[in-house]
Design a protein around this ligand. Structure first.
Ligand code: PHE
Length: 450
């Protein structure tokens, strides 16, 4: 072991690894985006396609990222420089760091909305309002110039404050508290939802597939969402992998994190759709589902504002354990390769991202007309990460683990310290062939070439 790897911070326990990695994966993607795209693409059949994507692409890509990171003991860019010196592979890491800037810029804005909504729910703002008025409250809030920016800055400050403290004393410590809290809240909301009269229709929407609803577009959305939801394609899991001890079984960790992420997405669906159907609201409203439809549902329930507060705390907590993982991708690179102190790296990265984020926020209001390639700025960043950066990053990562790295060295890392890995053959097959081909298809389609 060289001196620099002796000095590296790392996760302190198995539970800490799972809490941090699942904390990264479980976020706005699960609770805000998964339910609304499930609503848009018609429910259960979409979920089945999504589950297939998780198994065929999500799992092998996550394990690939973990093993690249742990083998190299470096950040997303440094890892490729170390494992493939004097080759252009480090550009894969660059895609990751670029994606981190792009994603956290808009992620911080949406997370800020969640924080505002905790207070709106607490102040019982939605009581007695019509659905149109509740929609108007949301539209008015996100398009105003200062309030969403105030919350975005507050959220980014919180993210930076945790990341400055490091891996064991920052990211791991907070994930270990916040993740169990998230689980408790979502279970309370689930129990409330499935005991509502009329909940069955919502459950049927989630679990009884209607295959006629599956379109090519739905399959692509499912595939794209698998990346985002599992935090894959941008080196988050490479960075986290580099903090995992050699004693841990990486395959098992990847499976556990994947299952945790998928379960929370389903639990979020169970918390939302029974209520949506019980109150006779359309499920396919899109991004406003949790900010417009849910407050509308909550205000019709006894003690609804309490469930509203719980729900938005849940969203903010989930967002926080994800945003720290995104910021860490940049901070690890700045600190290790650009030799900055952790504090300086965190402050610089967070500041740049916050400034880009301010433009995202403004693009929902004052700057809505300033379009680039026909999209408002925030939509453009979301498009770039979903269609360009994550699939491209993911494609190169699977090619690297499946084709560039020697099979023996991949096997050695997966089976480090006597770990038995019965699934190794399946993993290699998925990583070499299935995942890259499917990702390439999504990518070409996403940029309009297929
Ligand atoms: N997985 C997170 C979510 O579901 C978002 C994320 C994407 C985090 C990419 C890290 C990297 O909300």
């Amino acid at each position: 072991m060289d001196k620099s790897s002796l000095q590296r911070d790392s996760f302190g326990s198995k539970f800490g690894v799972i809490a941090a990695a699942a904390g990264s994966a479980i976020g706005l993607g699960n609770i805000w985006k998964f339910p609304y795209i499930t609503g848009v693409y018609g429910g259960a059949a979409f979920i089945v396609v999504y589950l297939i994507c998780i198994v065929l692409i999500g799992f092998p890509l996550m394990l690939s990222e973990f093993l690249i990171g742990r083998k190299a003991q470096k950040n997303a860019i440094g890892a490729f420089k170390k494992l493939a010196p004097n080759t252009p592979w480090f550009l894969t890491g660059w895609i990751g760091v670029a994606a981190a800037f792009v994603i956290l810029s808009f992620y911080g804005v949406v997370a800020g909305w969640c924080m505002e909504y905790i207070f709106k729910a607490a102040a019982n703002t939605f009581a007695g309002q019509s659905p149109d008025q509740i929609g108007g409250i949301f539209g008015g809030f996100i398009s105003s110039a200062s309030k969403p920016i105030f919350w975005q800055i507050a959220f980014m400050a919180l993210t930076a404050w945790i990341v400055v403290a490091g891996i064991k004393d920052g990211i791991e410590k907070y994930s270990k508290v916040l993740m169990p809290m998230l689980l408790v809240i979502i279970i309370i909301l689930d129990i409330r939802a499935i005991t509502l009269p009329g909940a069955e229709d919502g459950l049927a929407f989630l679990f009884k597939p209607d295959w006629s609803k599956i379109t090519g577009e739905a399959v692509l959305a499912a595939l794209g969402h698998a990346f985002f939801s599992l935090s894959l394609g941008m080196g988050t899991m490479i960075t986290y992998g580099s903090y995992i001890s050699k004693k841990e079984n990486l395959g098992e960790t990847a499976i556990q994190v994947t299952i945790a992420d998928t379960s929370i997405a389903l639990l979020a669906g169970i918390a939302i759709f029974p209520a949506v159907f019980a109150f006779g609201i359309e499920p396919n409203v899109g991004p406003g589902l949790v900010f417009v439809t849910l407050p509308n549902v909550f205000q019709q329930m006894p003690y609804g504002h309490v469930f509203g507060i719980l729900f938005f705390v849940l969203l903010a907590v989930a967002a926080l354990t994800s945003s720290i993982s995104i910021l860490e991708v940049v901070v690890a690179y700045f600190a290790e390769d650009l030799k900055m102190s952790r504090k300086k790296a965190t402050i610089i990265a967070a500041l740049i991202i916050t400034v880009i984020g301010i433009f995202c926020s403004l693009s929902n209001g004052p700057l809505a007309e300033a379009k680039l390639f026909g999209l408002a700025f925030m939509d453009l960043l979301i498009w770039c990460s979903d269609n360009l950066l994550l699939p491209l990053g993911g494609l190169f990562i699977t090619l690297f683990a499946g084709w560039y790295m020697k099979r023996s060295s991949v096997e050695e890392e997966v089976k480090a310290e006597g770990v038995k890995a019965g699934y190794f053959g399946a993993f290699i097959f998925l990583t070499k062939f299935v995942a890259p081909i499917l990702i390439a298809l999504v990518f070409l389609n996403g940029i309009g070439l297929l």
